[in-house]
Structures are given as C-alpha cells and as structure tokens.
Design a protein around this ligand. Structure first.
Ligand code: NAD
Length: 500
C-alpha cells in the first residue's frame, strides 16, 4: 500500500510485452528481409527488444496498402461524422491504455514517466479527439462569382501522406500528423524515429481497434537513410509531414525535387530567445519559467528557450534566481514518478551535449551550473542541468541547437540590442518577452521573427493554436485547423447555371 510509485512503475515495466514489428495493411509484420535493429533504453543502456528494420521494399508495401485503402473510399469517402466517431474512439483507447503507452515512451526515450503520462499520452489523445471533433464542423466555400455560374472551393483529401517524426515527443509529434491527416480522409504511412519506435505501432493498432479500415494507417520503423529516405522519395506519396532537424528538413526538399514534387511540410529545429526586461514585475516567476521550460524533457524540445537574454541592470540578481531553480531538475530514474529530468535519448546525444558544453567552456562562456554527465552508475545517459552565463550571441552554444539541458544566458543593454540579438539566428521557432510595459511587450512581440511569441509566460500551449517556425525552423504549421490545409488539396469546381 505504501509502496513507492517508482517500484510500481518498474514492476509494470517488467510485465510489458514489447512488440516492435511494423504495422502494414492492418497487421503486425516483420521487415520483408527479416532484418531488425536493437531498441536500447537510455534509462540503463540495455537492449529491450528488436525492432523491424524497414527498407524500401517495406515502404513500398505500406504505400501500396495506403493507396488501395484510399482509392477504396472506405475511409476517404466516409462522412466526416463517421470519421469523427472513429477518431474519438481512437482517442478514448489511447487513454484506456495510457499507462502502457507512457511506459513505452519512457523506456524508449528516457523522459520522466509522469510527463509521459500527462503531457505525451494525454496530449496525443487530446489532439486526435480534437481533429475528430472538428472535422464535421468545417465548411467549404462558394465564391462570389457572377450569378450565371457557381464556383465551389473545396478541400479534398490528398491521398497518401508520409509522416516522418523525431524521438523527443514520439507519440505527440506523430499525433500532430495523424490527427489532421486522418480526419481529412487521407491514408498515412508513419515512420517513427529509430530511437523511439515503440509507441507508433501501438497507436496504429489502437486506431484499427477503434474502427479505422486496414491500410489507412501504416507504420514503418527503421532508419532515416533507409526507411525515411525511401518514403520521402516514393513516387506515390502525395505529401510529407516532417518533424526533425533542419539538416534532414533540407533533404526532404531535395527528395521531393528528385521524385514527384510531393508537398513537403517541415517542422524543424530552434534556438528560441527568451527576453527578460528589468521592468517586469515578477522576476521570480520569469526565472522559474526560464529554467522550467529549458529543462523540461531534458532540454530535448524544439521550442526550448535556450537563449536567455537578460537586461544588464537586473542580470546578476536574475542569474541567481535561475540558479536557485536548477536543483528542481536533478537527473533521476525516469521510472520514478518524482523524477523531473530523465535520460538523454541515447549515448550519441549525451556525447553531443557534453561536446557543446566543452565548446562553451573553450569559447569563454562562464559555467555556473552542471556541465557534467550524471548517474553514470545506472548505465544510462544522463546530463546535469547546465547553465552558462556571459554567453555571446556568436558563440557556438548560442547559435546551434544543442537539444539538451544547456541554458545560455546573454546580457543586453536595451530593447534594440535585445531584439537585434534575438533575431540574429538562423532559427525562428519560439520567442518570449517579459515586460510589465504593455507598449514594450507588444512592440517586441511584433519585432521578434518567430512563429510563436510568448508574453510574460512560456507555458501556454493548446491544440487550437498553430505551431511552427519562421526561417530555418520550417515552413509548415502543426496543430489547429491550419494543419488540415497541409493534408488537403484545394479544388475549384465551376458549374454553369442556366438563367432560364
Ligand atoms: P532528425 O532530423 O535526425 O530525425 C527526424 C526523423 O527523420 C527521424 O525519424 C529520422 O529517422 C528521419 N531521418 C533522418 N535522416 C533521414 C533521411 N536522410 N531521410 C529521411 N528521413 C530521415 O531529428 P531528431 O534528432 O529525431 O529530432 C530532433 C530534431 O527535431 C530537433 O532539431 C528538433 O528541434 C526537431 N523538432 C522540431 C519540432 C517542431 O515542431 N518544429 C518538434 C520536435 C522536434
């Protein structure tokens, strides 16, 4: 009865059945050539199962199945209200299986179980239910043409959508594609990251259980240069919804050019600027949010506010406030429900983060917290939350996305200085301004080149608002009804009317 929850989750984890076969044409299948790759948990560095290693021939089978399902109309021609019922049921099944899904996510990529449960599973279910609920409430248009003709402007399902997603929020990033793509009537081939394949196939199974016809939702685990490349180059895929690094986003555009000019929607990296002005009335809250939003999910968030700009007149005091928050994020066992900072996704990512820390040190930034690996006895891949003060905006740690728990603090003189440095980045995903002067807050929010700007907060997030970036942070928008635009074609139908 008084058993600690950590033991509880470990026990539950031990009883899980891990099935990492692909999901093609409504069934679990091995890769055609039988190849697999090891799924390693970053919690302790141990192999937990083998995943199917899909390659071009598997992708081809999945795309063919998706195309046949699309042409059959079993899903694509269903009334929106029917699609709604299936998607809402799908979301309910996600919630019914929430503990299993949260455990799979935590074991696979190392995030704290309490976050996996609340934010990832809950967020995925909410997303899919929201698109299901929305789709039978969306009207098309009739154009204001001359009265002897009628022009209908309609959005039609596109066909076969390829979704390629990263490992940092595996289920949630997949859901941001699954929800709008399926709600609009498309078929889908999803490629999860090779670092976190487990939940994607379970989602497809649950969708079938909810009533989705076979072939509408296929999942092809595998490596980027094999499964991902084959999907993005496939001649019968109509669009790619990609979330991942800017480096691979560039390749998506190339693959499109080399194949059928499929639509490409890129949701890419970030180096988000968080601007704290001396006139903000609650610097304690600003500091708690600066640290919390940075270290959440081990800093492995595309929109992590990794460049913290602080006005010089309050900088010393503010840095102290940020440092006081750091112990809240001491790395712990991801399966312990009190843990707030888990493992980095794999050893490679841990090494990358430690290399960036080394670069910060050698470029002359001042290390004021962390800077080292943690929990080394566990066999897993942990990094202590790290803060650099005295960072210059042209240092490598301020220019490149680290994707780990490393915060760079940069001091600024005045508003113009702050905005100039904040915008001096190849990325433009999120940004924030903290100021009690409404004119300044509004002016700076307008001047910041980012897809989302937060004013006096960083935590608000909702499925109703678009999420995506300016500049090299991408060109698409996930979430909200705008995401449906990505997975539909706009068709005009002219009808000549006899005025007799
Ligand atoms: P990544 O680009 O390495 O991989 C993303 C996906 O692309 C994976 O499934 C991978 O297997 C696949 N891939 C890799 N090489 C490929 C290739 N040559 N052809 C086809 N597919 C290929 O990114 P990652 O390390 O998995 O994820 C981290 C990145 O994702 C960060 O840059 C982060 O900012 C970004 N991200 C962006 C958003 C957003 O909404 N903007 C959200 C989450 C993560």
């Amino acid at each position: 009865m008084n058993q600690p929850l950590s033991t509880d989750w470990r026990t539950k984890a031990a009883t899980l059945t891990l099935d990492a076969r692909a999901f093609i044409d409504g069934q679990r299948v091995n890769a055609v050539n039988g190849e697999t790759f090891a799924v390693i948990s970053p919690i302790d560095g141990k192999t937990v199962t083998q995943s199917a290693r899909c390659k071009a021939e598997d992708i081809d089978l999945a795309v063919k199945s998706a195309r046949v399902a699309f042409e059959s109309g079993a899903w694509s021609k269903q009334a929106p209200a029917k699609r709604k019922r299936v998607l809402v049921k799908f979301a309910e099944l996600i919630m019914k299986n929430k503990e299993e899904l949260a455990l799979l996510e935590t074991i696979d990529m190392g995030k704290p179980i309490k976050n996996a449960l609340a934010a990832d599973v809950g967020g995925a279910a909410n997303c899919i239910a929201w698109y299901g609920e929305a789709i039978d409430k969306v009207y098309d248009e009739i154009a204001p043409t001359p009265h002897n003709a009628l022009a209908l402007i309609r959005r039609e399902a596109m066909g076969v959508i390829g979704a390629i997603v990263p490992w940092n929020y595996p289920m949630l990033m997949a859901s941001w594609k699954i929800g709008p793509a399926l709600a609009a009537g498309n078929s889908l081939v999803l490629k999860p990251s090779e670092k976190s394949p487990l939940t994607a196939m379970r989602l497809a199974e649950l969708a079938m259980e909810a009533g989705l016809p076979s072939g509408v939702f296929n999942v092809v685990p595998g490596f980027g240069h094999e499964a991902g490349e084959a999907l993005a180059l496939h001649m019968d895929v109509d669009a790619i919804g990609f979330t991942g690094s800017t480096r691979v986003g560039r390749k998506m555009l190339e693959y499109s050019g080399q194949s059928n000019l499929k639509r490409v929607f890129n949701e890419l990296g970030g180096k988000s600027a968080n601007l704290v002005f001396a006139d903000f009335s609650d610097l304690d809250r600003a500091a708690a949010t600066a640290a919390g939003s940075m270290f959440y999910n081990q800093g492995e968030s595309c929109n992590a506010p990794s460049r913290l700009f602080v006005q010089e007149s309050v900088a010393d005091a503010f840095v102290e406030k940020v440092l006081a928050q750091v112990p809240r994020f001491t790395p712990g066992d991801p399966l312990d429900s009190s843990t707030t900072l888990g493992a980095m996704v794999d050893q490679g990512q841990q090494r990358t983060v430690l290399n960036y820390i080394e670069s910060g040190n050698s470029e002359g930034a001042r290390l004021v917290a962390g800077g080292t690996a943690a929990r080394e006895d566990s066999g897993g891949f942990y990094v202590n939350p790290t803060v650099f003060d005295g960072v210059k905006n042209d240092m490598k740690i301020a220019r490149e996305e680290i994707f780990g728990p490393v915060l760079s603090i940069i001091r600024f003189k005045d508003e113009a200085d702050a905005v100039k440095m904040a915008n001096d980045s190849s990325y433009g995903l999120h940004a924030a301004v903290w100021s009690s002067n409404i004119d300044r807050a509004h002016r700076v929010a307008g001047a910041l080149r980012a897809g989302t700007v937060h004013v006096n907060q960083y935590d608000e997030d909702d499925i109703t608002v678009p999420f995506g970036g300016y500049k090299q942070s991408g060109n698409g928008r996930d979430k909200s009804l705008h995401a449906v635009e990505k997975y539909t074609e706009l068709k005009t139908t002219w009808i000549r009317l006899s005025m007799q």
